[in-house]
Write a protein that binds this ligand. Structure first.
Ligand code: NAD
Length: 321
């Protein structure tokens, strides 16, 4: 069995490799070659932790496994460890033998950033110039850095519930040589592309904050009850997602579907757009919305890619297991 420790991931994994792995697995999901297993998520009654498993099998890439981990809210304060902790386990689909154990913390951030980037590549207008960020936490910096590679953006605007965190994304914008402006929510109308990545349980972004022709990637809502955008926006927009079952149950679409504003059949898989089975954006005025809920297959795809890179560079630790 191979081990790729968390400390090696930053030097091995690139945004390009994460993007390719995620784009490929979304396409495999839509063509029926890859599927996610039901998600397990439990409050374990110890250290206030939420722990669970996200797994799946990609028959096209022959990737089988799971990501185990979750959220330990006391880690940082008590142990100087980050609160999100996860590890990916890969298995040989021919034999069931354990194949690899891979640090999953940085990979989670990279695969989530890759998902909104894949949506921008396939759904945003080619002439997009202004990108808007809603959220300025840990994940927002990854989302923005990856998104900036998808279009010739000229300006970053941003809003955050805690304005004191906005310098996090301003720094990323400036590193890319772009100006940053903190804005009020209605000023998001200036944006051609928006990424929302917050832990909100009530919507900040209203339907009339979004101009015609905008692409919005909603990335924060991955649990029942969370919500970043007004449900009405999903009526105005063409809605795409990583996985429809998750979108309507734990994603942003849970609210619009729950309120009877749209149906599950109104939500399309981004993988089908990647495969060319369905159309993505069909007009410059269309609002497109990507409901990125985060699936186990994304984790497996980036973990498999990093194992290959670790073997090539000779840094994978081999153990007799
Ligand atoms: P973080 O704690 O670093 O940042 C949280 C962000 O949410 C900050 O910008 C904060 O100001 C904002 N926020 C907090 N309360 C808010 C409120 N009431 N209204 C509006 N904004 C509020 O967290 P993070 O690591 O950046 O993750 C952000 C979210 O993304 C989390 O909800 C996480 O579960 C989710 N996430 C989703 C995926 C996916 O695949 N879809 C992957 C990773 C993380």
């Amino acid at each position: 069995m191979l081990i790729v420790p968390e400390r090696e991931i930053a030097d091995l994994m690139t945004r390009e490799a994460a993007f390719d792995a995620v784009e490929r697995v979304f396409a495999a999901m839509a063509s029926g070659n890859a599927y996610n297993f039901p998600v397990v998520r439990e409050a374990i009654g110890h250290e206030e932790a939420l722990y669970g498993f996200k797994g799946g099998f990609d028959q096209a890439g022959l990737t089988l496994g799971l990501k185990a981990g979750g959220y330990w809210p006391n880690n940082l304060e008590k142990r100087n460890l980050i609160n999100h902790q996860s590890t990916v386990f890969l298995f040989d689909p021919d034999t069931g033998k354990a194949k690899a154990m891979v640090g999953g913390n940085l990979l989670t951030a990279l695969r989530t950033a890759a998902a909104s980037s894949v949506s921008i590549k396939h759904l945003a207008r080619e002439d997009a110039k202004v990108i808007g960020m809603v959220g300025a936490g840990h994940q927002a910096t990854f989302q923005l850095r990856a998104a900036l590679e998808q279009r010739n953006f000229e300006k970053v605007i941003g809003w955050n519930y805690h304005p004191e965190m906005l310098p996090n994304i301003e720094k990323v914008a400036n590193e890319a040589g772009l100006p940053f402006e903190a804005v009020a929510l209605p000023d998001l109308r200036e944006a051609d592309v928006i990424i929302s990545i917050t832990s909100a349980f009530s919507p900040s972004v209203m339907a009339d904050h979004i101009s015609e022709g905008t692409h919005i990637a909603c990335m924060g809502t991955d649990t029942k009850g969370k919500q970043e955008v007004e449900a009405e926006l999903l009526v105005k927009a063409s809605v795409f997602t990583d996985e429809i079952a998750q979108s309507v149950s734990i994603g942003e679409a849970q609210h619009a579907v729950g309120q009877g504003l749209i149906k599950g059949t109104d939500v399309a898989e981004i993988g089908a757009v990647i495969n060319g089975t369905i159309a993505g954006r069909t007009s410059p005025d269309q609002i497109t919305l990507f409901d990125g809920t985060g699936v186990g297959l994304q984790d497996l795809a980036v973990a498999a890619a990093v194992v290959d890179l670790a073997v090539k560079k000779g840094v994978a630790i081999e153990v007799d297991f």
